[in-house]
Design a binder for this molecule. Structure first.
Ligand SMILES: Cc1ncc(COP(=O)(O)O)c(C=O)c1O
Length: 277
C-alpha cells in the first residue's frame, strides 16, 4: 500500500517526497518536531502539541505555520494512509528549510512535513509490569532540552545506551546531576502518597504531563514539580514514564535495582489519562 505524507502544501506519496540536501533540518538539525497519537482517526491533544511547537518556533525564530487547517490536514492524511481505525503515530517536522547564513537566519521557505503510520503500542503486560530503566551517565547541558528539536541524537544515544544493557528507557540527568526526564518520556514519581515530577529546568514540557496534571487536579490532587536526586528516585514508591504515544508505563527497575510497581497507582494514572482523551 502506498504511504502518503504532507510536504508543505501537497499531500503526496512518500516515495515522491523530496527535501533539498541543503535544508537546514538535514545540515544542522535546525528544526522542531511533534509526535502525536491518533485513535480511530482522531489526533489526541492537538492544540497542546501545536502550542508547544509554536512556543519553541518563536524561541528559535522559526516561522510557525499558523494558518494551516491542521485538523483537516491530519484527517486527510489519516484517510489517505487508511489509518481511520486503530492506533496511529503522527509526526510533524518543521525545519528552517533552505536559508543561507549563520546563527538562526530568517526562514522564507520553511519545510513542513507531516506523516502518519500505524502504531503498535507496548503489550498489556508491559503496561502492568513496566520497563527496565537505566540512567544515561552523560548529563544534558543544553537549553535545547526545553524544545522538541530535530537535534535528537543525544536522546537516541541515551536510548541505545539503555537498549545495549537490556533496558527500555534511559533517564536523563540535568547538568547538576539531578533527574531530568526520560530519553523520550516525562517522569511521574510516587512518594509519601503524592505524585510529583522532577523539577528540571532543561526538560521538555511534556504534553502528557500537562494533561495528567489537569486530570489529577480534577480529582483534587496535584502533580507537584520538585527537584529529584537519583538516590531519592531509588527510594520512590513508584516511577512512571509518560509520553503522547505510549501513555503511562511503570518503570520496573532503575539501574538494575527493582522498583516497586504499584499496580493500583498505574491503573489510576492510566485512567486519568484515558479520561482526557
Ligand atoms: C525528551 C522527551 N521528554 C519527554 C517527552 C514526552 O513528551 P509528550 O508527553 O509531549 O509526548 C518526549 C516525547 O517524545 C521526549 O522526547
Amino acid at each position: 500500500m502506498r504511504e502518503f505524507v504532507w510536504l508543505n502544501e501537497a499531500l503526496i506519496p512518500l516515495d515522491q517526497a523530496r527535501v533539498p540536501v541543503d535544508d537546514r533540518g538535514f545540515l544542522y538539525g535546525d528544526g522542531l518536531f511533534e509526535t502525536l497519537r491518533a485513535e480511530a482517526g482522531r489526533v489526541l491533544w492537538l492544540p497542546r502539541h501545536l502550542a508547544r511547537l509554536e512556543k519553541s518556533a518563536l524561541a528559535l525564530r522559526l516561522p510557525f505555520p499558523a494558518d494551516i487547517p491542521w485538523e483537516d490536514r491530519l484527517a486527510r492524511l489519516l484517510q489517505a494512509n487508511r489509518l481511520e481505525q486503530g492506533l496511529a503515530v503522527v509526526k510533524m517536522l518543521l525545519s528552517r528549510g533552505v536559508a543561507p547564513g549563520v546563527g538562526l537566519p530568517p526562514a522564507s521557505r520553511p519545510t513542513l512535513l507531516i506523516w502518519a503510520r500505524s502504531y503498535v503500542p507496548p503489550t498489556p503486560e508491559e503496561y502492568v509490569r513496566g520497563w527496565p530503566v537505566l540512567t544515561f551517565p552523560e548529563p544534558r547541558t543544553t537549553f535545547l532540552g526545553r524544545h522538541k528539536s530535530l537535534n535528537y541524537l543525544f536522546y537516541l544515544a541515551a536510548r541505545q545506551y539503555a537498549l545495549d544493557r537490556g533496558a527500555r528507557e534511559a533517564l536523563i540527568l540535568e547538568a547538576d546531576g539531578r533527574i531530568s526526564e526520560g530519553a523520550a518520556t516525562s517522569l511521574i514519581v510516587l512518594r509519601d502518597g503524592g505524585f510529583f515530577t522532577p523539577q528540571a529546568p532543561s526538560a521538555l514540557p511534556g504534553v502528557t504531563l500537562e494533561v495528567l496534571g489537569q486530570a489529577l487536579r480534577r480529582r483534587g490532587q496535584d502533580l507537584v514539580a520538585l527537584p529529584v536526586h537519583p538516590a531519592q528516585l531509588r527510594e520512590a514508591a513508584g516511577l512512571w514514564l509518560a509520553n503522547s504515544l505510549v501513555g503511562v508505563v511503570p518503570a520496573a527497575s532503575l539501574d538494575d535495582l527493582p522498583l516497586p510497581v504499584a499496580a493500583p497507582a498505574t491503573r489510576f494514572l492510566q485512567e486519568c489519562l484515558r479520561d482526557e482523551h
